[in-house]
Design a protein around this ligand. Structure first.
Ligand code: ATP
Ligand code: MG
Length: 587
């Protein structure tokens, strides 16, 4: 068994992994057949043994873009399949024709690939759509009806709701619960033929209107929807409910471990009831898939609900699904997150059954830990202040050398040209320095990183007191790396760029919400942080200005930045701030 994940780390164990190990040790899933495609018991019967020791699936509904919560599920499902010699299917759960679109399908496929996972295994691409199974799902529904396990209810939705009962009171049986099998089948076929309007009838499982579990009180299996489906067009006007389509799709796809979030725990008895009925009728073969629940990811200060994220997009409160402030996979990517950092995050948060909250700093630290070793260093001056070296000739240039990476000398050096006019960071100069300020002050000295020591001689300010230019002189024989350079004892070491360093747009980000739990508020849109984005006109080192889109850098003393996927280009560098160098709370 391969006990390491795609990143080569040894994974911490958790209850789902233990469960799979127990199942495998007990040969629980041995004896399944697989015809290299999903199928019914009859279709699989003569096929060879399933080469996958386990099958998991990631089953998003294509009604929006994936978010960081989905990443947890993706890493878990694809990771376990890989670890145990199995296959993980990507299943688009497209049973709700009115909310789903091809754009979302494409985005989901791309996000899972980008995260580093693949559904190809054992010579088959395991990309499926619940709508692929519509014909079989309907045939099974008909079989359940024929066997007396389902009936057509013609009550209104309100009447059904009113008779469902409560946690303390049993539900009331529908007046249609005892329709004859012939009438049920006739109506079901008429529903499919489009002879009935939406809401006229539904197909319900006949289970137990008095069950303490509300999900077992004759749940709806099919409803009428005269709607175009993004894949099946107008072929169907009845659509299966999630609670029916999901277990049956799992079984048709030979899924062994159907891993989902805790809110589906109460649906498990229905999951098992449906599959057991269909197996008893000979339509599915045993062993049947088992549902296992785990705690969803809750990330403090953000939302993980496609519907609400969609509201942000459609109301123009963010710049699209991939706005770098969004917790979507595409947003994180645009922000500069790497697939490796997201996988590392998912590994660190672990898998448990108890609900908990994760601080965003865990996500941020995963990115730092990934980028520290591999992001090239560069200089950026975010708020440029002009520095004139009075005693340095206007035409003379002195190249200063800085490592591309301090711990990887093989990556070579970059050159920053020292000259008469430079840029420094506005906040690195103070006329009235606060206590502990070790940077540049009138009359004071600092080292220009990788360059010379300078002494401030004077400064120009406008009538409002805003500093326009700082003047300085250079200390002789003070250049870094040359003999005698350390005769100057200076505490400050500030970054700088030559006057002709390229301009760049840099986008700085804060939290999107100023409430730790926006999801809990009805007025969640009112807690959007108005200062979550700031755009500055900066100067950057030429090496960064010339970078490819999506190249990541550590801008020294500032943090990690990425060349914007879409807007960065030749002659117009654009960078997004990914994460600061240190957690701001810890500083
Ligand atoms: P949303 O409310 O954002 O639409 P969902 O659960 O309805 O979320 P699905 O597309 O149905 O979205 O989710 C696909 C899979 O991702 C499901 O198996 C679901 O359990 C899992 N998932 C969704 N959100 C999270 C989360 N926050 N943490 C872990 N897994 C999640
Ligand atoms: Mg859902």
């Amino acid at each position: 068994m391969n006990a390491s994940n795609p990143d080569g780390h040894h994974p911490a164990s958790h209850f789902i992994r233990n469960r799979i190990q127990t199942d495998l040790a007990g040969d629980r899933f041995v004896g399944r057949h697989w015809r290299s495609a999903p199928g019914t018991a009859a279709e699989q019967a003569t096929a060879p043994a399933d080469p996958a020791r386990i099958r998991t699936r990631f089953p998003p509904e294509p009604n929006g873009y994936l978010h960081i919560g989905h990443a947890k599920s993706i890493c878990l499902n694809f990771g376990l399949a890989k670890e145990f010699g199995g296959a993980c299917h990507l299943r688009l759960d497209d049973t709700n024709p009115t909310k789903e679109e091809q754009e979302y399908v494409d985005a989901i496929v791309e996000a899972v690939h980008w995260l580093g996972f693949d559904w190809a295994a054992f010579g088959t691409s395991h990309l499926y759509f619940a709508s692929d199974h519509f014909e079989t799902l309907f045939a099974f529904a008909r079989a359940l009806t024929a066997a007396g396990h389902a009936y057509i209810d013609s009550q209104t939705a309100e009447a059904m709701r009113a008779t469902r009962g409560t946690l303390t009171e049993p539900g009331q049986p529908s007046p249609w619960r005892n329709r004859s099998t012939e009438e049920n089948l006739r109506l079901l076929d008429e529903m499919r033929q489009g002879l009935h309007p939406e809401g006229a009838h539904v197909l319900r499982a006949r289970i137990d209107m008095a069950s303490p579990n509300l999900n077992l009180r004759d749940p709806v299996l099919y409803r009428i929807r005269h709607a175009e489906h993004h894949r099946t067009g107008d072929a169907w006007c009845v659509y299966p409910m999630y609670d029916y389509a999901h277990p049956v799709s799992d079984a048709l796809e030979n899924i062994t471990h159907s891993i989902c979030t805790l809110e589906f725990e109460d649906h498990r008895p229905l999951y098992n009831w449906l599959l057991a009925r269909l197996a008893d009728l000979g339509h599915l073969s045993r062993p049947l898939p088992e549902q296992i629940e785990f705690a969803r990811l809750n990330l403090t200060g953000t939302l993980t609900s496609k519907r609400r994220l969609q509201t942000l997009v459609t109301q123009g409160l963010v710049d699209g699904w991939d706005d770098p402030r969004m917790p979507t996979i595409v947003g994180l990517r645009r922000r500069g997150y790497t697939p490796e950092s997201i996988r590392l995050f998912c590994e660190r948060i672990g898998v448990a059954r108890a609900d908990n909250w994760i601080e965003p700093l865990v996500l941020e630290q995963s990115l730092r830990d990934d980028l520290e070793a591999r992001a090239p260093r560069a200089t950026a001056v975010l708020d440029p202040l002009r520095l004139v070296i009075e005693d340095w000739p206007a035409t003379q240039v002195d190249p200063c050398f800085a490592p591309v990476h301090p711990h990887q000398p093989e990556l070579g050096q970059r050159t920053i040209a020292f000259g008469h006019e430079l840029w420094i960071e506005r906040e690195d100069f103070a006329v009235n320095p606060p206590k502990g300020f070790f940077r540049l002050t009138p009359g004071g000295r600092v080292r220009l990183r990788y360059g010379h020591v300078i002494e401030c001689t004077r400064f120009d300010a406008d009538p409002n007191g805003e500093i326009k230019t700082v003047h300085a002189r250079v200390m002789p024989d003070s250049k870094s790396g040359t003999p005698g350079a350390d005769q100057y004892k200076v505490k400050g070491n500030i970054h700088w760029l030559p006057a002709d360093a390229p301009q760049a747009e840099i986008r700085l980000f804060g939290a999107l919400f100023n409430d730790p739990n926006p999801a809990a508020r009805d007025d969640w849109m009112d807690c959007l942080n108005p200062d979550s984005r700031r755009v500055v006109k900066a100067r950057v080192e030429a090496s960064a200005a010339q970078a490819q889109a999506e190249q990541r850098f550590q801008f020294e003393r500032h943090g990690y930045f990425v060349a914007d996927r879409h807007d960065h280009g030749a002659g117009a560098p654009v960078f997004n701030q990914s994460v600061s160098l240190k957690d701001s709370k810890a500083r």
